[in-house]
Write a protein that binds this ligand. Structure first.
Ligand SMILES: [Zn+2]
Length: 253
């Protein structure tokens, strides 16, 4: 049996094994390579042997254990911990752990590194840093509004785009910010949003929030409700999210 540069000869008697070793040695002469005698060993699985094995001019050591392809083999055939580990197929739970400890951190780092070099992800990174991206899918689970969550995920991940607003037709530098804060086509929806949010929070809060930059108001509606978390009980936070997300359904990029 061979695997890359590893060769195993299996003989049912010392004489037969020696014949195989001679074959291997002849083959190495023909193809002009050398077996390393220090790395070659004999394992005897039945009786102890007084036999001397040769590989060309070199004796080959008889041992009771050796590593083959990284796995420890012993002459008593007891399953070593290596073999037990390599022969046990991991359960779903173990496999999840293996993936999360060995693969996920590396993949996550590479993905984050790539996103940081790319300006298209500025908004997504800002929002996902304050709210884990999973938050959107948790929201979908809690509220049952999967389509809304999908739409918001699209808004999170669309890079800031300039162009003609699909609702009013004007050329603007950032279509999403424009539609959230200024687009005349969404004026009535925006007013009812302000009213609802004022009811849920307070006039002062809304005044402060709206007077901040377009970007921070957009972020608030998109789910970056860090400020709200300080002053709202959890049920109201969900209501504020619902209101913001309901308004964002009118946005068309
Ligand atoms: Zn517009």
């Amino acid at each position: 049996m061979s695997f890359a540069d590893d060769v195993v000869c299996i003989g049912t008697s010392p004489q037969r094994l020696q014949i195989l070793l001679n074959c291997a040695y002849d083959y190495s002469l023909r193809w002009r390579f050398e077996f390393n005698p220090l790395k070659s060993v004999i394992l005897c699985y039945k009786n102890e042997l007084e036999h001397v094995f040769n590989l060309g001019d070199n004796d080959v050591n008889i041992l009771t254990e050796t590593r083959h392809l990284g796995i420890l083999r012993t002459v008593d055939l007891s399953p070593s911990s290596d073999i037990q580990l390599s022969c046990t197929f991991p359960t779903k739970f173990q496999w999840k752990n293996i993936v999360s400890s060995a693969v996920n951190p590396i993949e996550r780092l590479q993905k984050e590194e790539r996103m940081r070099r790319d300006n298209d992800f500025v908004k997504f990174l800002r929002l996902s840093e304050n709210n884990n991206y999973d938050f959107l899918w948790q929201y979908a689970k809690i509220s049952g509004r999967l389509l809304t969550a999908k739409h918001i995920a699209k808004l999170w991940t669309t890079p800031p785009t300039s162009g003609n607003c699909k609702l009013c037709g004007h050329f603007v530098l950032d279509i999403l910010n424009h539609q959230i804060c200024m687009c005349t086509e969404l004026q009535s929806q925006r007013l009812s949003l302000y009213n609802r949010l004022t009811e849920l929070t307070s006039f002062n809060f809304m005044y402060t929030t709206v007077s901040k930059s377009d970007e921070s108001f957009s972020d608030l509606l998109l789910g970056n409700h860090e400020d709200l978390c300080d002053i709202l009980i959890p049920e109201h936070r969900l209501e504020v999210l619902n209101e913001g997300f309901s308004f964002l359904k009118y946005c068309r990029l």
